[in-house]
Design a protein around this ligand. Structure first.
Ligand code: NOJ
Length: 549
């Protein structure tokens, strides 16, 4: 069967406002992004995930929307957006949008109408309680920045529910009018030409909130409706969800009990993310092996989206307290690097002390594990964080294009920038930027280009299956394989700093003409697979078999 596009994709996530400013007002915009599509094409990405582009007061970096059918004028016009879709399509790049429909901004006209009168047709679009709910102080997502989930609204004369910040009132998905509106929003953008959505906060969207019940029931069939509607409107539309839930609950997000993939196509693999970070901290692959063993089997068509970093903190809440402490000690030694008692607000390169060997190792691991890789803008050049910025903004600084003023991001005066660029030191734009790396074959950017090209020649990753190779290996070494219709790939990753030799002669019979296709350095020929050298923090991609697809 022909693979579905999302199983072969490389997704790149960016926020238009921090990517490239074409007008010189200090804020990135859609035309700026259009001007950089050739860069993304050369990098080899095939799908762009844009953080919310809608009008918003900006209290939660665009995740507080005031008009789901519009483009924030700071970023451009609807015309610019359709032009972006067209230009991206010409380069073979699909665009997906963030669908943020668990809540609106409290400035959204729907909420404004809802609070103005109990008779407003929009009153029931939100979740209310006349009494103070017993679970008022439970279920906060942003502890430290959020003190409750139910807030008294003076004008409305009632308590309203907000899973996130108090300026993000939750929509009531139990209301048929709300459900219909969500379907309409999705259809609107699909008709314009987007290829699908990254859906924000799915477990909360489907929450049928009952005041006082911190464990309200969930409406999974709504996801089925959404999937059916999107697919009816655009056959190859893809739904990628943020659903950081218990492993036992994951499968229900992919499909119903019948085992078909009739809900979401992809879920971010939060479980794997935490385990990979723990494995990197310990220099021991065991947590990754556990993750590969523990994760549930997905229905055909279901796919994981892997990531090392995203626009939020690294969420370590699914690790044990001891494991979390290990990761904090290694990657976030300063308490100022922590967020919400569960995460780290840093980029990967500084977490790995800027060590090229470990950065390559980490991304080689992510890109070869099961699923579709998602890369955060700037990570391909090894950008750092700015801990002087509040909360998650530390990792949301402008893209570093060049050593020109403002990192080539904008021609505005520095004080007008949407966020300051990182300047000075090991990760400052003077040192870390696209221009400096573009023409240097030894740069991290060039490495990413080669790695992604090689991945394209290895479609078993993503399309095929992924399994840990259970063999006696030197400490610190992970061996895993990807099998698909097109052949078999074997991957070795040495998470430790000790060079070693790996014996995988157990696979020799399966290997037709083994050859290494990608590695951290030039290694001797593979031959019988019994003397596979591996440098400290080294990695090797070995093709065991190739088949005509
Ligand atoms: C999850 C998003 O990733 C995060 O950035 C946002 O603050 C919340 N959802 C609320 O929309």
């Amino acid at each position: 069967m022909e693979p579905r596009w999302y199983t072969e994709a490389v997704i790149y996530s960016l926020d238009v406002e921090t990517f490239a400013d074409s007008t010189g007002d200090g804020c990135g915009d859609i035309r700026g992004l259009i001007g950089r599509l050739d860069y993304l094409s050369r990098l080899g990405i095939t799908c762009l995930w844009l953080a919310p582009i809608h009008p918003s007061p900006g209290g939660d970096d665009g995740y507080d929307v005031t008009d789901f059918y519009g483009v924030d004028p700071r970023l451009g016009t609807m015309g610019d957006f359709t032009e972006l879709l067209h230009r991206a399509a010409n380069l073979g790049i699909k665009v997906i949008l963030d669908l943020v429909v668990n809540h609106t901004s409290d400035e959204h006209p729907w909420f404004q109408a809802a609070v103005s009168s109990r008779e407003s047709p929009y009153r029931d679009w939100y979740v209310w309680s006349d009494e103070e709910p017993a679970d008022r102080f439970e279920g906060m997502v942003f502890p430290g920045e959020q003190s409750e989930t139910w807030t008294w609204h003076e004008q409305a004369g009632a308590w309203y529910y907000h899973r996130f910040y108090d300026f993000q009132p939750d929509l009531d998905v139990a209301n048929p009018a709300v459900r219909e509106e969500i379907l309409k929003i999705a259809a609107f953008w699909l008709h314009l030409g987007v290829a699908g959505f990254r859906i924000d906060a799915v477990p909360f969207i489907i929450e049928l909130t009952e005041a006082g019940n911190s464990n309200s029931p969930k409406d999974f069939p709504f996801i089925t409706d959404l999937r059916q509607h999107c697919q009816w409107r655009r056959g190859d539309a893809m739904l990628l969800a943020e659903a950081n839930v218990e492993p036992a609950d994951l499968v229900r997000y992919f499909g119903d009990e019948g085992g078909s993939n009739n809900r979401l196509h992809m879920l971010f693999d939060f479980m794997l993310n935490g385990r990979v970070v723990l494995a990197l901290a310990r220099e021991d692959p065991e947590p990754v092996i556990d993750a590969l063993r523990d994760t549930p089997k997905l229905p055909a068509g279901g796919q994981w989206a892997t990531f090392l970093r995203n626009h939020d903190e690294i969420d370590l809440s699914r690790l044990t307290a001891e494991q979390r402490a290990e990761v904090f000690e290694r990657f976030g030694p300063d308490p100022d690097m922590h967020l919400y008692d569960r995460g780290i607000r840093r980029r990967l390169a500084p977490m790995l002390a800027g060590d090229r060997r470990r950065i390559e190792l980490a991304y080689s691991l992510q890109f070869t594990l099961r699923g579709t890789p998602v890369l955060r803008y700037g990570d391909e050049i090894g950008m750092g964080e700015d801990l002087s910025l509040p909360g998650r903004n530390a990792i949301r600084t402008p893209m570093q294009w060049s050593a020109e003023p403002n990192a080539g991001f904008s021609s505005a005066a520095a004080k007008k920038l949407v966020r300051p660029v990182i300047s000075g030191g090991e990760f400052g734009y003077e040192t870390v930027n696209v221009d400096a790396q573009r023409h240097d074959p030894a740069s991290l950017l060039s490495w990413f280009e080669r790695m992604i090209r090689t991945l394209r020649e290895s479609p078993e990753v993503g399309v095929g299956s992924c399994a840990h190779v259970d063999a006696v290996l030197p400490d610190g070494v992970l061996a895993h394989r990807a099998d698909g219709d097109t052949g078999t790939m074997l991957f070795l990753h040495n998470l430790a700093d000790r060079p070693c030799t790996v014996d995988l002669s157990m696979l020799a019979e399966e290997a037709e003409r083994p050859d290494w296709v990608f590695a951290d350095r030039t290694y001797p020929p593979v031959n019988g697979l019994d003397q596979l050298e591996l440098a400290g923090y080294g990695y090797r991609w070995i093709r065991l078999k190739r088949r005509a697809a």
